[in-house]
Design a protein around this ligand. Sequence first.
Ligand SMILES: [Zn+2]
Length: 275
Amino acid sequence: MTDRSLTLMAVHAHPDDEATSTGGILARYAAEGVTTVLVTCTDGGCGDGPGGIKPGDPGHDPKAVVEMRRAELAASCEALKVTHLETLDYGDSGMMGWATNDAPGAFWNTPVAEAAGRLAELIRRYRPDVVVSYDENGFYGHPDHIQAHRITMAAVEQTGIPAKVYWTTVPRSAFQQFGTVMREIGVEFPEPEATDEMPALGLPDDEITTWVDTSGYGGQKFASLAAHASQAENIFFLRLGQERFTELMGMETFVRVRDTTGAATPEDDLFAGLR
Ligand SMILES: [Zn+2]
């Protein structure tokens, strides 16, 4: 191990995205003494409101949603022992095609160069060795996730600082396993099918470069998700209970897209080649 402490930066779209795909690595690396920086790009104002009120429904007050989600994000960071939380506070753009896509201040409506400039500033300040974000489809096509991908890649390009960059992904085999467990607990989980608008989710197992075992941090990851229990899709995961959730979500997987270390793949550590 080198003297200089290592730094991990995760760039996410909404308050709660840090939990499912990177809750394990944030908890694990913090426990190993790595400085962890979470950058959350939007305020989550298009999420479910207090009492489960859906965006667009009467009584959905984006300001109240933002307040609630800010508190939830703080609680999640506490569960994961995140060292630094940085929020860019762009407006949540909502799902693709919603009127909120074009709202003033919406993340999707913000020039990439502008938001990437702000992220580049954070990269210069924290000098992360490893940066994690999404693939070019934002994993599942959400405009804010796509935009998070774009600004991350632009900011990495501009600064040249991170030694390694990763995109979160899910092995195709995990979707089958997930479907089986969900059916066991009585929840229908149709396996996602690829369409023209929506390429297939995840990657074939042999295209995944990096498998990080975070099963020892299942409790923290579950607590992070539970902090965001106001959002319907999280309630879905919480129904699994901590043990089954950890069994299913204990391995976090990534595709490595930038590397200056020469570490061989497949690897089991985002910091392989750096310590
Ligand atoms: Zn999101």
